[in-house]
Ligand binder design. Structure first.
Ligand code: ADP
Ligand code: MG
Length: 262
């Protein structure tokens, strides 16, 4: 269980103008407090600044103003306390499944025997047994994302930062991956920030859903999801699920329309 509070205080991001154009305000001042062990979904139309916000929390990008702190310590760069998974497949193509999972451990000079033990456990947990020696290009999209998830978990991070991790998968694979992620989260209650534009996915997974406005992004609504865990796919057919979904649809429709209008 993670025990560090993530605080996002007055974070804004403006991207400089390209070749004489106007600068892009991607994020309006954003304040958020995420308590340890929460599963927060960030829902919003394309281009509203979801990835920008997540990259700032990851330390891969710097805010123009404001600050992100983890347990009071400013985030100034990436670190093993925050594991990331992106939508596009980002495994190292020259490393096998097992080597990909061990990558961060090798970087930190974790002893070989411990690397093997951690990798073995995560391979079992993510359903990758038998694929240890496969190369990324030999894997289906779902298997690649299982590997990416195992790699992110290998450092035993405080937080998982997931940017549309299942966005490129077919519907059935995606549902299996959602269930796998929930199982993992229920097991060790790491804090999760999960970016998606899929309302069903957000409601199914999260304890809390943040709806972002069209660009420049700000948190427009916060919706608690009081559905009990463990959740499995049958929850998607419940009236509570439908009513949460309807509420989020109402919140987001307007933003999608604004985003589409330019
Ligand atoms: P989302 O993930 O919600 O689709 P992003 O955070 O990727 O949105 O982007 C928000 C806005 O910032 C978009 O208008 C995008 O074009 C712009 N943007 C993102 N990254 C950069 C960058 N590195 N340089 C210039 N503009 C960027
Ligand atoms: Mg994005």
């Amino acid at each position: 269980m993670s025990d560090k509070v993530l605080s996002i205080a007055g974070v804004t991001r403006t991207f400089p103008a390209q070749g004489g154009g106007t600068p892009t305000l991607a994020l309006q001042p954003t304040d958020l407090t995420i308590t340890p062990g929460e599963f927060v979904a960030i829902l919003g139309p394309s281009g509203c600044g979801k990835s920008t916000l997540l990259r700032i929390v990851a330390g891969l990008d710097r805010p123009t103003a404001g600050q992100v702190t983890l347990d009071g310590v400013p985030v100034t760069g990436p670190g093993p306390d925050r594991g990331m998974v992106f939508q596009s497949y980002t495994l190292f193509p020259w490393l096998t499944v097992e080597q990909n999972i061990r990558f961060g451990l090798r970087e930190r000079d974790v002893p070989e025997a411990e690397q093997a033990e951690i990798a073995g456990r995560l391979i079992a947990r993510t359903g990758l047994r038998g694929f240890e020696r496969h190369w990324p290009k030999q894997l289906s999209g779902g298997m690649q994302q299982r590997t990416a998830l195992a790699r992110a978990l290998a450092n035993d991070p405080e937080m998982l930062l997931l940017d549309e991790p299942f966005g490129a998968l077919d519907h059935q694979t995606r549902e299996l991956m959602q269930e796998l992620l929930l199982e993992i989260w229920q097991g060790d209650r790491k804090t999760v920030l999960f970016v998606t534009h899929d309302i069903d996915e957000a409601v199914f997974l999260a304890t809390r859903v943040l709806v972002m406005s069209a660009r420049p992004g700000r948190v427009k609504a916060v919706v608690d999801v009081p559905l009990p865990y463990p959740r499995d796919w049958t929850v998607k057919t419940s009236p509570e699920f439908a009513s949460l979904k309807a509420r989020l649809m109402g919140e987001i429709r307007e933003e999608v329309r604004k985003a589409a209008a330019g």
